[in-house]
Design a protein around this ligand. Structure first.
Ligand code: ADP
Ligand code: 5SP
Length: 467
């Protein structure tokens, strides 16, 4: 599916008349944590791609696993326990890799695949992340995993920026050979493969810069600065920050920074984001975002005390499941009116983003900017609730797909990074984020109190649903 998507995309660009010969460098991003298992012999195939055929035909037999593990998988709990035991506990693992063991992190997915599908595992000669897999297609060779996306595997030591021996050994024998050596996110990996030169007219001088994860690329696309908080409203919701020093904890993740090799980024991931908003939109507002937005406009800040926690699937932050609605006296109720339900969902999601963001060390101070991105950041009423709950102004860049823009900025930076030019100098002429909404004057009063109540109710849900 992914290979075919690239064929379709490039063919469309060619038909639209794009002059590929003008592209000096390219980079890209992929959903984090997912993995691609290349079958033995695939490296040779990649090196000799026939430009008269599409990639989908050429790479039919190149994968030992056809259904790649992706970030939404949460089935590797046993492997997480095993890895934490080997590393000396959850906190010790977090100190090494930036995160305690998480089911979607690639190392645990690899361990599970090795245990449950040994033949497919044995048949693999290389394991890529989604990002380095896509880079490999353009490179015509296996592309290195970059430090930033590599931090989402529970395998990389985020301080030494090398694979952690303890983690590799606990995951699979000789895993370093299957992963290749990780490289800085700004690395030029080489020229684009002759397949793309001949088939699409790329210049043979076009450079491929290491691809990275969608969230790290988004940090680049928004030109996030220290003090800003980014809220991405894509399929997952994520909250992330620029960090100078790593302070890993049992909740959240620390990744190597994708634009400054000496810095870090902190990230929280929420699985019940846009897909849950879509479900409530379909059930409460006839599938219309306009009606969904109208419900937010027509209901008061604080929702007359109603609070909802919506975990359609097992949540990552916090690890809870089920839908839990409360009235103003903290009594659990089985339903809410459609308009109240819409506000309960969106307020509940953003209270949770703020609560866990603050636990990560974030504090909202004068001058705080919330930078919103991802599909739902095109919805102004959703952003108004975000601004009210965070009691801070919300900005967006002029497109909701900051991860793609970030890939382009990183490609440009990659051309000069080795000479020491900093990322922000390369993109200093890019348009500034636009202010979209500011908090309502009563927001702080309403949501400071509500946040404390929300924290208590979330704890109650966790106690009641803990397996
Ligand atoms: N007007 C809108 N209001 C709220 N959500 C929207 C709107 N338009 C798109 N979305 C949401 O954006 C999501 C896609 O976001 P996107 O950032 O493209 O996803 P991904 O993170 O997977 O790349 C969709 O699932 C959809 O629910
Ligand atoms: O697991 C995470 C981050 O840790 C997700 O944010 C994935 O990176 C994919 O997100 P979408 O692009 O599908 O929202």
């Amino acid at each position: 599916m992914w290979v075919k998507a690239l064929d379709l995309l490039l063919d469309k660009m060619k038909r639209a008349g794009l002059d590929f010969s003008r592209v000096r460098a390219l980079s890209g991003s992929g959903q984090q944590h997912g993995s691609v298992f290349w079958r033995k012999g695939a490296s040779e195939t990649l090196k000799q791609l026939d430009p008269d055929q599409d990639l989908n035909q050429l790479l039919q037999d190149s994968f030992s696993v056809s259904d790649c593990p992706v970030w939404m998988d949460s089935s590797s709990t046993q492997q997480c326990h095993e890895l934490q035991a080997a590393a000396g506990g959850a906190l010790r693992l977090a100190e090494i890799t930036g995160s305690r063991a998480y089911e979607r992190f690639t190392g645990n997915q690899i361990a599970k695949l090795r245990q449950t599908r040994p033949n497919e595992f044995q048949d693999a000669e290389r394991i890529s992340l989604v990002s380095s897999f896509a880079a490999s297609l353009f490179l015509g060779d296996y592309a290195a995993i970059d430090f930033s996306d590599g931090s989402g595997m529970n395998l990389l030591d985020i301080r030494t920026r090398t694979w952690s021996k303890i983690c590799l050994e606990a995951t699979a024998p000789h895993l370093d050979r299957l992963l290749g050596t990780p490289l800085p996110s700004t690395s030029v990996l080489g020229p684009v493969s002759s397949y793309f030169v001949q088939r699409y007219g790329f210049s043979d001088g076009c450079r491929v810069v290491a691809f990275t994860g969608d969230n790290p690329a988004s940090l680049a696309g928004m030109r996030l600065q220290q003090g800003d908080i980014a809220v991405s409203l894509g399929t997952s919701d994520t909250v992330f920050l620029w960090l100078q020093q790593p302070r890993p904890a049992l909740e959240g993740h620390v990744f190597c920074n994708p634009v400054d090799w000496q810095a870090y980024m902190a990230l929280l991931c929420f699985k019940n984001g846009s897909l849950t908003r879509e479900r409530i939109r379909n059930e409460c507002t006839e599938g219309s975002w306009e009606h969904f937005s109208a419900s937010l406009r027509d209901t008061p800040l604080g929702n007359n005390g109603h609070i909802g926690l919506y975990f359609d699937t097992m949540e990552i932050t916090p690890p809870a499941v089920g839908v839990h609605r409360f009235d103003g006296d903290d009594n659990e109720v089985s339903s809410l009116s459609p308009q109240v339900e819409v506000r309960a969902l969106v307020e509940g999601q953003f209270l949770s983003r703020r609560l866990h963001g603050e636990r990560l060390g974030y504090s909202i101070i004068p001058g705080t900017r919330v930078l919103a991105t991802g599909g739902a950041s095109s919805n102004k009423e959703i952003l108004q609730v975000l601004s009210d709950v965070f009691n801070a102004p919300v900005y967006t860049i002029d497109l909701s797909n900051s991860t793609c823009l970030g890939a382009a900025y990183r490609a440009l930076h990659g051309l000069v990074a080795e000479t020491g030019v900093c990322f922000f100098d390369v993109v200093k002429k890019a348009p500034e984020p636009q202010l979209i909404v500011t908090p309502h004057p009563t927001a702080q009063e309403v949501y400071d109190t509500m946040l404390r109540r929300f924290a208590r109710l979330e704890e109650r849900v966790l106690q009641e649903t803990r397996p």
